[in-house]
Design a protein around this ligand. Structure first.
Ligand code: AMP
Ligand code: GLY
Length: 424
């Protein structure tokens, strides 16, 4: 089967790695890809939201499966674009329809969906510029801290958590009247703060059947001890040690089943991944957010634990036969540590040569922001390379990732050395 993966990060390199080991893949392309994917697939210079260009490429190369990595093309309706075109509709596209993708594309829609299908989440109300004063009054009824969420996609930056009521009111005004996040903050969801520990659950669904994939915990803050600015993710661990059987049962009954049933009831076509961000409060799970794709860097620890042939699993997903799949999971733990450019998530330099890549042993390197220049691998983004390791427990796996981190080098390289600090 000829397969195209859309995206350029560690998530997409991980998909490419898994698929390149499948007997079912004859030719693999990644658009636009990175230095890592170029070693195991052919990189194609396509923009992930340029549907016409993707169509031309897919038809020209006779692509049979398309895996959509990031959210933007999904929220813009790539699955509908394919489903509505006679020449494209049989290509096995993995990703939800536009209506499905709205669970990530609009925080308000996600909250309404949860309310409608009785899925546990924080209490909320949403406001626009016209209802700004009502929003301020609503905040007065809540206890600190105050959680403000831009309704639309804001590249992971649209959530503010503030301790001070007056400051929170000012920020609400900046978001609604000042368009702090542009069109994404035309509406703002204000919600109750949930105090607990976070984890993520990944679900693959064909719209009717589902499989729960391994859990993961990512480390979002730049600084050790979860301090400083939010990033795309500085590393991840799978499985999450505190997500025991009993807790997973609660997640399945209270969250996964009603989510898939809700999609069904609303007649939403959804063949793809659901990434459920959860918070555990007093042993009960609550949904913080839905994403309609796999997470990055969570993918770097979730997929390597799947022993079943990924292409076969995805084929069954598109064909609405996920119930026929017996998903085999590796019992070992997986960890990934993200090497980032100094300065990230604020301004950073690019084009730094990366050395030591060939010295890494016992871990897998998943490239994120890298490219090849004059035969050398150089940095091209804030998050540069994820080092994934597997071992009997997460501490052993982490040790391997950290040992290999010492072998890599680029100017101003930084990584967090405390992953898992909150788990023991
Ligand atoms: P989101 O973009 O919705 O995942 O939010 C970003 C981060 O804000 C989450 O990973 C949580 O750490 C935090 N967060 C979001 N909503 C809440 C909430 N209701 N209570 C506590 N923390 C939250
Ligand atoms: N690691 C968080 C995300 O992919 O959204």
């Amino acid at each position: 089967m000829k397969i195209l993966i859309l995206g350029a990060g560690g998530r997409e390199h991980t998909f490419a790695h898994m698929i390149s080991h499948s007997g079912k893949c004859s030719e693999l392309f990644v658009a636009p890809g990175n230095a890592g994917t170029s070693k195991i697939a052919e990189n194609v210079d396509l923009k992930v939201t340029d549907f016409e260009a993707i169509k031309d490429f897919v038809l020209d190369k006779k692509i049979e499966m398309l895996i959509v990595g990031p959210e933007d093309p999904l929220v813009e309706g790539i699955a509908d674009f394919f489903a509505q075109n006679e020449q494209l509709k049989n290509i096995k596209l993995i990703g939800p329809s536009k209506r499905g993708a709205l669970l990530e594309g609009s925080k308000e829609r996600a909250k309404e969906f949860m309310l409608m299908h009785k899925i546990p989440t924080a209490a909320y109300e949403s406001f626009t510029e016209e209802s700004l004063e009502a929003g301020k009054l609503f905040m007065e009824t809540l206890d600190a801290p105050y959680v403000l969420k831009a309704d639309g996609l804001a590249a992971g930056k649209g959530v503010l958590i503030l301790d001070d009521l007056e400051e929170a009111k000012k920020e609400l005004e900046h978001m609604l009247a000042g368009k702090k996040f542009g069109a994404a903050s035309t509406k703002v969801v204000i919600e109750e703060f949930l105090d607990g520990i976070e984890l993520s659950v990944f679900v693959l669904t064909d719209g009717k059947n589902y499989k729960i994939l391994p859990t993961a915990k990512d480390y979002k803050r730049i600084g050790e001890g979860d301090t400083g600015l939010n990033t795309g993710g500085m590393g991840a661990i799978s499985p999450v040690p505190f997500a025991d059987k009993q807790f997973m049962q609660k997640i399945e009954e209270r969250i996964v089943k009603p989510t898939v049933n809700g999609l069904n009831e609303e007649d939403i076509s959804y063949k793809g991944f659901i990434f459920i961000g959860l918070i555990k409060v007093n042993n009960d799970p609550y949904v913080i957010e839905y994403n309609v794709r796999m997470g990055d860097p969570e993918t770097e620890v979730v997929l390597p634990r799947i022993k079943s042939d990924l292409v076969e699993v995805l084929e069954k997903t598109f064909d609405s036969k996920l119930d026929e799949v017996n998903l085999e999971i590796d019992d070992r733990a997986a960890t990934t540590v993200m090497m980032v450019s100094g300065g990230y998530p604020e301004a950073y330099e690019k084009g730094k040569e990366i050395s030591g890549l060939d010295e890494v042993e016992g871990s897998i390197l998943f490239h994120a922001g890298t490219k090849t220049e004059d035969g050398k691998v150089v940095t091209s983004g804030g998050r540069v390379i994820a080092i994934t390791s597997l071992d009997n427990d997460y501490k052993k796996a982490l040790k391997k990732s950290y040992q290999n981190a010492e072998k890599l080098h680029f100017d101003k390289m930084y990584f967090r050395k405390d992953l898992g600090f909150d788990l023991s």
